[in-house]
Write a protein that binds this ligand. Structure first.
Ligand code: PRP
Length: 184
């Protein structure tokens, strides 16, 4: 019997092995860059969760984590509108701290544009972005991304944190959704 997600899968874009290998590399690079600094990893829920937990295990330096949950209106058309609402704010202030945002994907850039403007007003010592996936050709707002796992083409992807109608976030790979199964 096929697994439920197989119905939706056109192809595996990034399989588990290269995905984990790249996260290990990012972990080493971030550990070197933030050595001696008070690092706070800020995960944007929900998509960034799997990436955060794997990335943490590859950091060799002390760090803390916090979570921010946002909701953008207009997601029914699968596209950010630039209007973002904070659903769950950070637990603690970030002034004077070195904050690294951990995201699953940067698409239009609207979500991170809002988040970074909001967080900068809280005066962190530094604010950088680490995204697993970068769909640069879809960008509408210029967002400087400091760490990128993979640059990907403009395809509708799911798995490894990214959902398909809130499901299949648990998959260990990034898959492309079959054409015709989603409204573009
Ligand atoms: C996704 C992703 C980013 C945002 C990127 O989140 O995790 O936060 O969209 O899109 P943008 O660059 O066009 O703004 P989503 O709203 O799907 O929520 P989720 O992580 O809870 O699935």
């Amino acid at each position: 019997m096929n697994a439920p997600w197989e119905t939706y899968l056109a192809e595996k874009l990034i399989d588990e092995e290269p995905l984990q290998a790249r996260i290990k590399e990012l972990g080493a690079q971030i550990s070197a860059d933030y050595r001696g600094k008070d690092l706070l990893l800020l995960c944007i829920l929900k998509g960034g969760v799997l990436f955060l937990t794997d990335l943490m295990r590859h950091l060799s330096i002390p760090h803390e984590i916090d979570f921010l949950a946002v909701s953008s209106y207009g997601k029914e058309v699968r596209e950010s509108t630039g209007v973002v609402r904070i659903l769950k704010d950070l637990d603690d202030p970030i002034d004077g701290r070195h904050v690294l945002i951990v995201e699953d994907i940067v698409d239009t850039g609207h979500t991170l544009d809002y988040i970074t403007r909001n967080l900068r007003s809280r005066q962190p010592a530094s604010l950088k972005i680490c995204t697993l996936l970068d769909k640069a050709e879809r960008r509408q707002v210029d967002i400087p991304v400091d760490y990128v796992g993979f640059a990907i083409p403009d395809k509708f992807v799911f798995g490894y944190g990214l959902d398909l109608d809130e499901k299949f976030r648990h998959l260990p790979f990034i898959g492309v959704v079959k054409q015709g199964l989603v409204v573009e």
